[in-house]
Design a protein around this ligand. Structure first.
Ligand SMILES: [Ca+2]
Ligand SMILES: [Ca+2]
Ligand SMILES: [Ca+2]
Length: 672
């Protein structure tokens, strides 16, 4: 039950690293294989050098990023230097995976490859040499194709942001985000940068964009308020600009002003439907999809966002007000890491970009679709459940499902489909089972939109415990359009009386997790809006769904993925790990299980399989000191019946906590 085995079990099982025109697959030992989409994993070809397989990310000190199909039936591999992340290579193989050549890519060749295959190989947020807008304000800030920050001049030309004569790049500022740039009186710029703990820093540059190290200092909250006043900008996106009487007179777009005034008459608040009307009015007032929205409209939308705290209403299912609408409207208006791309349920993304005066009405419409209408559906492609050796790279199409969101939340509403999301579904099952009302604060019901689809606001916690929201609709992936069940988490549940139901919450939460992954908040290896990117994980999903922390007991404190929400603990003096798990179980805490080995019951039904996550719950909630749990497999309920006395696997099944904890290859994590 070492902490190490855990990491290999669920996080480091074999997985498809990229699926484009071909599949790049990484085995349990880290070796590369290539295959065609739709082939089974067993049919993939290992990548071979001089006839020998076993090539991995350290063999030549290059990490494989993607494989694509060549016209001659072979493959092309895109590779990144481990030493110098700015250096990329292209290698070719024949149809059997034998390496036939490799060359370093020039910047122009890197850009061409990005555009050709629609992959952001260097993670600058764009394809090719296109400039990516990072922040629109009195000075627009962009990233160039190589990830270097560029300040836009009033004449439209660009100046690179520099530090000690070096271009400042995205990589250099890891962990920091540039909030806003303003012109400095007397020339140059003031740049406001925020770190992951929300501390704000100010730094000054000279006229050429060179940072003067001597000017760097922190900015306190009182100063932020002063700055917001003087700049007229909501720097910390707090939405807390006071709503003064007659404030709407500053809105310059007639259609938007009229909507806001109608919606807020008699101090009424703006709900989701109202906010959609406002954005629709904004799109209409631009007068054509290809027209730029202009500074007036852009500033109007910013003025509404800046007052969001007072203007918006977004109660969760328990009736408690949330920051949902303010959060998503801020992403829409003030920019978001997730605005780099629009996926829309397709297998290839399009570049999108943040809103700015020069953005078109069509961009605004896409941002509305993404943040308010739940239409930016994840890329449906997955590699499949990695616990299943027959998994094949699969794609699918989206279809609307109409059912209740929740009918008696419980673990039995969780039925994993063919995506490798066991860790997420086990987490969801655990939260629903031990605290069914916890789900009420996860969702805001928006009702039906004009497209006839239902949407919900869906809440997640990031690795720092900060709340984020996305909007998700009731469309889910099916393998074939005529299918009546989803391909991934199923629209299938059990109500409080134990009757079969159709419920949407589990598939909604699974899909929304992929959407939120694009906000770069879960610390995952691939942070795209795709089902593939959320395959494989650990107990952190418990925290992403319900907040708090999770821990397991080992002989020393270890942090996983550099992530304090997932940290092992040492057993308190005078106690045992078994006592701690038993106590947690009886107190209604979440029990998340990672399995690294196969265990069968006496009749041969599977209890545990390797590389899979489970949850367990108190077998007797009326007894505060029982020592037995029921273990649930997120694959769904599967019990012994007269027709089928020995099903393939059992869920739920009974087990003593001591047996569970003592089972070879099992790790148990508890919420704290
Ligand atoms: Ca790029
Ligand atoms: Ca239910
Ligand atoms: Ca109990």
């Amino acid at each position: 039950m070492s902490a190490n085995s855990l990491d290999q079990d669920v996080s480091s099982v074999a997985y498809a690293r990229h699926i484009g025109t071909a599949v790049l697959y990484v085995g349990t030992d880290g070796t590369w294989s290539v295959g065609r989409v739709g082939q089974k994993v067993s049919e993939y070809q290992s990548v071979k050098f001089n006839g020998q397989g076993g090539v991995h990310d350290d063999s030549f000190e290059v990490t494989a990023l993607a494989a694509e199909l060549r016209n001659d039936g072979g493959y092309v591999l895109y590779l990144q230097s481990n030493q110098n992340p700015a250096q990329f290579f292209e290698a070719t193989t024949d149809a059997q995976g034998n390496l036939t050549g490799a060359k370093a890519l020039s910047n122009a060749e890197l850009f061409a490859a990005e555009v050709r295959y629609g992959i952001d190989l260097n993670y600058n947020g764009g394809l090719g040499d296109a400039m990516v807008l990072v922040d629109a304000g009195s000075v627009n800030l962009y990233l160039d194709g190589l990830g270097g920050y560029q300040l836009q001049q009033t004449d439209g030309s660009f100046r690179p942001l520099q530090f000690a004569g070096q271009a400042v790049t995205l990589d250099m500022l890891e962990g920091f985000e540039i909030e806003t740039v303003v012109p400095k009186t007397g020339g140059g710029y003031q740049i406001y940068v925020r770190d992951e703990d929300d501390n704000l820093f100010e730094l000054g540059t000279d006229q050429a964009g060179g940072v003067d190290a001597g000017t760097i200092h922190t900015v306190g909250s009182a100063q932020i308020a002063e700055l917001e006043k003087s700049l007229g900008e909501d720097i910390n996106a707090g939405g807390d600009t006071p709503v003064a009487a007659g404030w709407t007179s500053l809105l310059k777009t007639a259609g938007v002003k009229a909507q806001v005034e109608a919606l807020t008459a008699n101090h009424a608040k703006i709900n989701h439907a109202g906010l959609v009307k406002i954005v629709d009015a904004a799109i209409d007032s631009a007068g054509g999809a290809n027209n730029q929205i202009g500074a007036d409209l852009f500033n109007d939308l910013k003025a509404i966002a800046a007052r969001g705290k007072e203007l918006f209403t977004a109660p969760d299912l328990a009736g408690t007000e949330t920051g949902y609408l303010l959060d998503v409207f801020n992403q829409l208006v003030n920019g978001s890491k997730a605005n780099n791309f629009y996926t829309g349920g397709q297998t290839q993304t399009q570049t999108l970009g943040n809103l700015s005066p020069s953005a078109t009405a069509s961009t605004l419409q896409k941002l509305e679709a993404k943040w308010l209408l739940g239409q930016d559906l994840p890329n449906p492609t997955t590699e499949g459940d990695t616990a299943n050796p027959n998994a094949a790279a699969a794609s699918g199409v989206y279809k609307a499902f109409n059912a209740e969101l929740i009918s008696g939340a419980s673990a039995f509403d969780v039925n994993q489909g063919s995506a490798g999301t066991c860790y997420l579904l086990a987490s969801m099952a655990a939260v629903a089972q031990v605290n069914p009302t916890a789900l009420n604060s996860v969702f805001v019901a928006n009702g039906s939109s004009t497209d006839g689809l239902q949407t919900w606001g869906v809440r997640f916690f990031d690795t720092n415990g900060k709340v984020h929201w996305v909007t998700a609709n009731n469309q889910f992936v099916v393998k074939n359009p005529e299918d009546t069940e989803t391909a991934y988490s199923k629209v299938k549940g059990v109500d409080a009386q134990g009757n079969q139901t159709k419920e949407l919450w589990a598939p909604l939460l699974e899909k929304a997790y992929a959407q939120a992954n694009e906000l770069q908040i879960f610390g995952r290896t691939t942070q795209t809006n795709s089902m593939l990117a959320i395959e494989g994980g650990l107990a952190e999903a418990v925290v992403n769904v319900a907040g708090g922390k999770v821990t397991t007991f080992t002989d020393e404190v270890t942090t996983y993925n550099g992530n304090s929400i997932l940290q092992t603990s040492v057993v308190p003096t005078g106690s045992t790990a078994l006592e701690q798990y038993t106590k947690a179980m009886n107190e209604g805490k979440v029990l998340f299980i990672v399995s690294g080995a196969t265990t069968n019951d006496a009749n041969g039904a599977k209890l545990f399989v390797p590389g899979h996550a489970y949850m367990a719950y108190d077998a007797d909630t009326s007894n505060p000191s029982n020592t037995s749990v029921k273990v649930y497999n997120p694959w769904g309920v599967s019990v012994s019946t007269a027709q089928e006395p020995t099903p393939t696997y059992l869920a739920p099944f009974d087990m003593d906590v001591a047996t569970l904890v003592g089972t070879d290859g099992i790790s148990v994590w508890i919420s704290v």
